[in-house]
Write a protein that binds this ligand. Sequence first.
Ligand SMILES: [Zn+2]
Ligand SMILES: [Zn+2]
Length: 293
Amino acid sequence: MTATISAPRQTSQADRRDWSVIGFMAALHLLAAIALLPVFWSWQAAASLFVLYWVTACLGVTLGYHRVLSHRALRLPQWLERIFATCGALSCQHGPIDWVGLHRHHHKFSDTDTDHHNSHRGFWWSHMGWMFRSIPAQAAVPRLTGDLARDPYYRWLNRWFLLLQLPLGALLFWIGSATGAGGWALVLWGIPLRLVLVYHCTWLVNSATHRWGYVLHDSGDGSRNNPWVAALTFGEGWHNTHHAYPHSARHGWGWREPDLTWLHIQLLKRLGLAHQVRLPAPLLAQAASRGVG
Ligand SMILES: [Zn+2]
Ligand SMILES: [Zn+2]
């Protein structure tokens, strides 16, 4: 499927398996399976998972890492931008600089051999296989993230993001013990099970929405609009529209394409916290014809 198979593949320094990532993911999936044992079930555990799913996947990855930091689709006060970036770091999907750099790289080279999760290499590769090997695109990150690297807090977060799970784990353990749900039950549901759930939902945006769904715009790549991925990811599944208009704060355009993250942005705007909210020309024209500013 790709130019890389035209010659016999040799395992070079640049194509090595990354055993630290493989081991980390294997351990996390095992702990997530343990969390599902009946002995760890409680409503408190389920509530911790869903609250943290919203905080890390929606506020953190989708709103913070993606729409604010990667695409600058809206502006927030620095304190709030940093809070959302911290929520993103709690998803353990790299620190903000590496996440944004790799994401900007994906937009630049989407579905080509240079794209690190090129969907033409198959579902497994674009979903999670790409991160089990060394990532050549990593070398491009400093070039693509000058705006973020200027911020000392983002540099710190980029280096130490994994450590944030420690105070979170301590808090969950305390809440679990205090409410009678069990400290370890809340830790297992709030960290490994939640992380695995958020991982796969995020990865579906790289795999499923570059494979299944409908095309509304000529974005020059394999991106699709996919309703069930949009439902799981607070609106990120409207991915063909996003690739066509990457700097738009709104990904789902009509009532048929609900975009929960866009609702959050509208709320922030009403509260006077979101500024310079960017929308594509067709949506602006639509609003102007309805007499809406
Ligand atoms: Zn994409
Ligand atoms: Zn994007």
